[in-house]
Ligand binder design. Sequence first.
Ligand SMILES: CC(C)(COP(=O)(O)OP(=O)(O)OC[C@H]1O[C@@H](n2cnc3c(N)ncnc32)[C@H](O)[C@@H]1OP(=O)(O)O)[C@@H](O)C(=O)NCCC(=O)NCCS
Length: 164
Amino acid sequence: MIEITLAQTQPDYILIEELADVIWRKHYIPITGIGQVEHMLKKYQSAEAISKQVEDEGFEYFILRYDKTPVGYISIRKEEDKLFLSKIYVLSEYRGKKIGKTAMQFIEEKAKAYGLKTIMLTVNKNNTNSIKAYEKLGFINVCALVKDIGNGYVMDDYQMEKKI
Ligand SMILES: CC(C)(COP(=O)(O)OP(=O)(O)OC[C@H]1O[C@@H](n2cnc3c(N)ncnc32)[C@H](O)[C@@H]1OP(=O)(O)O)[C@@H](O)C(=O)NCCC(=O)NCCS
């Protein structure tokens, strides 16, 4: 059984920090190298950074549980005319069990509730498996974008969108 619950307490943010540390190191070190992963974990996925994103920047985080076990998380933000899907991460041993698909249905309901007709995300150009999953889930590649994230690192991404 898949459950999706709003993260709103410090223990929730610490749990997401721990999930991010495991998922990102395993998934992104082969793609971007350890230096960029550690920079991004500290800048975006520490409990402190998550708390600031929720309290000051309009992000909503949700924890994904599979049979009561925390297995991943998502983060969204309502933009002017789109819902920005900022994060969607599932532990590697739980992938392929429709957790991502269930999370995406939940995100679509959120977008509809906000009166939005488009979901937008960015994905590293070399994150091939996730791009394939997004295509299966109905997203299309709309453009490439490069974002400077400090310390000499850039995010070299595609922007993908889904109309709902
Ligand atoms: C992307 C991710 C969230 C998908 O979650 P998941 O629980 O594994 O996905 P699901 O089992 O719900 O699969 C959803 C659909 O994508 C397809 N899919 C998933 N992984 C795939 C892959 N590697 N190649 C092709 N299709 C894939 C599934 O077949 C399914 O399609 P279907 O419904 O037509 O059968 C998960 O794989 C993940 O955390 N990846 C690593 C982290 C990451 O890169 N996150 C995105 C950052 S931008």
